[in-house]
Design a protein around this ligand. Structure first.
Ligand SMILES: [Zn+2]
Length: 321
């Protein structure tokens, strides 16, 4: 066990407006992180793009365009050519845009050097930070490269279907924050502060959950998992048309949180034994660490069928960019 850098569970969250400011107050607890080594994981970069003959979400054959499995702005280059029709592309690109430009995410992508079509033009040059000193609080502005970038991940329960709730919105229990860029302690010491607060705009956990679901679905689609696993169409319906049900399919693996050195994004197939549910662990920024999310793919007919799947794909999957 080691304590992850700046990984903190924040339970006192103030949301001033659903699309406005979210404040994670200092009433928060650092949490332990388990460091894992997974030599068997393959590389997402080595995976081949494939061509579809119809939209992988709705089956339409009209106006198809190429679909990135992992969003380009999260480092993804794996594509399903002709994989998405125009209406589905508009839906997925909208929630991906929300998720990838939410709060500090835009700065973190830049700080980590992830590819960007806009050359990170959305990343502001400066960030306003409230510095807490004994007896005073003051808002100061700093260049983005000189402040700790606090990234909040939604803290969710398990996917609803795991716990017998099949129709369910996202249950947000708090935020898990981790920091990138400048170290928090060094930054505080440098400015004689005992604490800091950053106000972020536009936290959209549902868009984030839909993005994770889309990644898991696209990846499993390429692997042909839905030949054996039933229920992929229900997952698609949840992230394309019925986001109020996304909580039935997307959740979070409970702590301890894990860190996988060298993996910017970790995708791994798993089996939820009760009910033979096949799901994918999706962990963005797995090297930092960040929470592991779970996306239910569907139901497997038998343990033997699951073993066959595992034999085909290995016990673990993938990916470093
Ligand atoms: Zn479609």
């Amino acid at each position: 066990m080691r304590t992850g850098r700046g990984l903190t569970i924040n339970t006192k969250i103030t949301v001033k407006h659903p699309r406005g400011v979210v404040r994670a107050e200092s009433a928060s607890t650092p949490t332990d992180v388990v460091e894992r080594v997974t030599p068997e994981l393959g590389s997402l970069a080595a995976k081949q793009s494939v061509r579809a003959t119809a939209c992988i979400y709705c089956g339409s054959t009209a106006r198809l365009s190429n679909e990135h499995v992992v969003p380009y702005a999260w480092g993804g280059n794996l594509q399903i050519f002709d994989g998405s029709c125009e209406p589905c592309r508009l839906i997925t690109s909208r929630f991906e845009n929300f998720a990838l430009n939410d709060g500090a995410m835009v700065h973190v992508r830049k700080a980590r050097g992830i590819q960007s079509r806009s050359k990170h033009e959305n990343s502001r040059k400066e960030v306003a930070v409230t510095l807490v000193r004994p007896g005073s609080e003051q808002v100061e502005r700093f260049p983005t490269s000189e402040v700790p970038l606090i990234l909040g991940f939604p803290w969710l329960g398990r996917p609803g279907t795991f716990v017998g709730v099949e129709s369910k919105g996202l249950t947000l229990e708090g935020w898990v924050t981790t920091s990138y860029g400048e170290e928090v302690q060094r930054f505080l010491a440098e400015h004689g502060a005992t604490g800091m607060r950053v106000e972020e705009s536009a936290k959209r956990p549902v868009a984030f959950a839909r993005t994770l679901a889309k990644i898991a679905y696209g990846y499993a689609w390429i692997d042909g998992v839905f030949d054996t696993v039933q229920g992929g169409d229900e997952l698609v319906r949840a992230f394309i048309q019925e986001p109020d049900r996304i909580g039935a399919f997307v959740g979070m693996k409970p702590p301890p949180f894990e860190r996988y050195p060298n993996y910017q994004l970790r995708l791994e197939y798993k089996l939820w034994m009760p009910g033979l549910l096949v799901y994918m662990e999706v962990q963005p920024f797995a090297d930092t660490p960040a929470p592991t999310y779970e996306v239910l793919l569907g139901r497997c007919e038998s343990v033997r069928a699951w073993r066959r799947l595992r034999a085909r794909f290995g016990s673990g999957f993938e990916s470093a960019f």
